[in-house]
Ligand binder design. Structure first.
Ligand code: TEU
Ligand code: CA
Length: 554
């Protein structure tokens, strides 16, 4: 395998709106990120992925872009962006931005021109169709509920939006659209970006001709997945984008890829793949239901283990997964994957360690490094996320009471990950001296950076140790390029796997409150990581306390 500069890196996702506000408007900004580069360097992360900071009306918190060439004033200026890229480079860190090109904002000039003249040049930048007998062109449901079609005022036409109606899909079949996208990618890469995280990229290829599919709810609509699963040929666009943009810049790219076809793995992330990596979403999507969040099945430790190993077995050494326990679209990992009420210090470290030592590139989402947890919503009015608000309605329509519906959506809401970063125990947790755009999690006095930076037993220090281990000259080759071999798979609530390279490491976690003993193949040579102070074992067995996590040289 050709070695690439990103293979041995650790990535960190910043949600700029909630990271640090420096001008008192309650919204995080670029100057806030710049002021924390040394904090991030101290943690040990190398790649910083910023969720979108382009000009946007924030209908979907910036994933609705109105100008791909400018920074939204609420985040700062282009000079701030250039300073961030420069100061990151001084620290051997790389800035990765979010490439959101399945759709733009309805306030983008392209869409305004399309609405003014739907049959003109810009009309073909989008999917615009005549309504048939007053009906929408197809019966697909958007990710945020209701039809994917909305009216173009003053016409009998509608435009397609896979997501929110303020996010019109771009027509990738139109070469002019592709050329606009490639020009923008290269413009940013020429400014010194390390690469991109690629948003909702499977969505850019639609199954043509556009047609109805079997409805899956009483509303007569069907999941958009029905269409996506029939779309073929996305690779033509992705290989063109790779060859015109990413490859010439040796850029790191990670695809937000749901529902790719298994046989396309090598094309996506292999030696000459469209992307450097793609996220492992197996654990994220487990238990989901087309009906809605209210119908989702909880994930158990055994489910989690099997999801991780299935993803690892599928990829093998074909390429590199990007491994996460959370992101800006998900609830907090420790609240989602640890059983109710088990968010202990040891359990948080175990979950982080088990994910971190998998084969692939580890991503830490802001706040994960200090063990931030889901927040509490006392009313649906405290929620700012369109996905959560849509799911709340769906849950009410399924017959749940408002308080039951609030309780259900609180468990899965994307806003759990978007509450302000918890810096210290001062007012508004040190995030802003104004009014935060989203309520601070009330547990900030117990969970914050300031308390953990100098506590050798903190979650922060544990992640710092994990990152140091990945960079350690003796172990890095094995951790980065070594194979992953599940072991003790039939032992309930034990998640264990070898990492085999020049050395052999055994990673083991007791994914339950109760202690248990498991067999060992031979006497471990060295304990590299332990989330407790001690551990007892001999050449045949190891005794694990509740939530105990270990990395052993064996
Ligand atoms: O997410 C794509 C996507 O599939 C998720 O939005 C998922 O369907 C949704 O979160 C349901 O809860 C990307 C971004 O990560 C997300 O923040 C944006 O909302 C979305 O695309 C549209 O740009
Ligand atoms: Ca601000």
């Amino acid at each position: 395998m050709t070695k690439k500069w990103w293979h041995d890196k650790t990535a960190y996702q910043i949600y700029p709106k909630s990271f640090l506000d420096t001008n008192g408007d309650g919204i995080g900004d670029l100057k806030g990120i710049i002021s924390k580069l040394d904090y991030l360097k101290d943690l040990g992360v190398d790649i910083l992925w910023l969720s979108p900071i382009y000009v946007s009306p924030f209908a979907d918190q910036g994933y609705d872009i109105a100008d791909y060439y400018n920074i939204d004033p609420r985040f700062g200026t282009m000079e701030d962006m250039e300073e961030l890229i420069e100061k990151a480079k001084e620290r051997e860190m790389y800035i990765v931005m979010d490439l959101v090109v399945n759709h733009c904002s309805d306030e983008h000039e392209w869409f305004k021109k399309a609405c003014a003249d739907p049959d003109g040049e810009y009309g073909n930048y989008f999917y615009i169709r005549e309504k048939k007998d007053g009906k929408s062109p197809t019966n697909w449901r958007s990710y945020f509920g209701n039809s994917v079609w909305s009216d173009i005022p003053g016409t009998n036409k509608q435009y397609l939006h896979s997501f929110h109606k303020k996010q019109p899909d771009l027509n990738w079949e139109n070469e002019a659209v592709r050329e606009e996208v490639y020009k923008n990618i290269n413009w940013w890469l020429d400014k010194g970006l390390g690469g991109f995280r690629i948003d909702a990229i499977i969505n850019i290829k639609k199954a043509l001709p556009l047609q109805d599919y079997e409805p899956d709810r009483a509303d007569g609509l069907c999941s958009i997945q029905e269409m996506l699963s029939r779309a073929n040929g996305v690779g033509e666009f992705l290989s063109e984008m790779r060859d015109r943009c990413f490859k010439p810049h040796d850029a790191f790219t990670v695809g937000e890829v749901f529902d790719e076809k298994p046989e396309e793995l090598d094309s996506f992330i292999g030696e000459n793949g469209y992307f450097s990596s793609k996220f492992d979403f197996n654990e994220t999507i487990f238990g989901g239901s087309e009906k809605g969040w209210y119908d989702a099945k909880a994930i158990t430790p055994e489910d989690y283990k099997h999801c991780c190993f299935a993803a690892q077995r599928h990829v093998g050494t074909t390429g590199f997964l990007s491994n996460i326990i959370e992101n800006h679209d998900e609830p907090r990992g420790v609240s989602h994957y640890l059983p109710e009420g088990e968010c202990s210090l040891e359990a948080k470290k175990m979950l982080g360690g088990l994910n971190f030592m998998l084969r692939g590139i580890p991503f830490i989402y802001q706040g994960q490094e200090i063990g931030m947890e889901n927040t509490v919503f006392s009313s649906i009015d405290e929620v700012d996320d369109i996905a959560t608000l849509d799911q709340y309605q769906t849950t009410l329509e399924a017959g749940y009471s408002p308080e039951e519906a609030l309780n259900i959506v609180s468990r899965y809401s994307r806003d759990n990950a978007r509450t302000p970063m918890q810096w210290d125990a001062s007012a508004n947790t040190g995030f802003t001296n104004g009014t935060p755009w989203l309520k601070v999690n009330p547990n900030y006095r117990d969970i914050n950076v300031a308390d953990q930076m100098n506590d050798e037993h903190s979650v922060f220090m544990f992640y710092k140790k994990l990152i140091q281990l990945r960079k350690h000259p003796r172990w890095k080759e094995t951790i980065i390029y070594g194979t992953l071999e599940p072991v003790l798979e039939d032992e309930k609530n034990i998640m264990a796997y070898y990492r085999k390279g020049p050395e052999t490491l055994l990673i083991i976690g007791n994914f339950q409150k109760d202690e248990q003993e498991v067999p060992l193949p031979r006497m471990p040579k060295e304990i590299l990581i332990n989330n407790y102070q001690e551990v007892s074992y001999d050449e045949t067995r190891i005794h694990l306390k509740g939530w105990q996590f270990l990395v052993l040289e064996i």
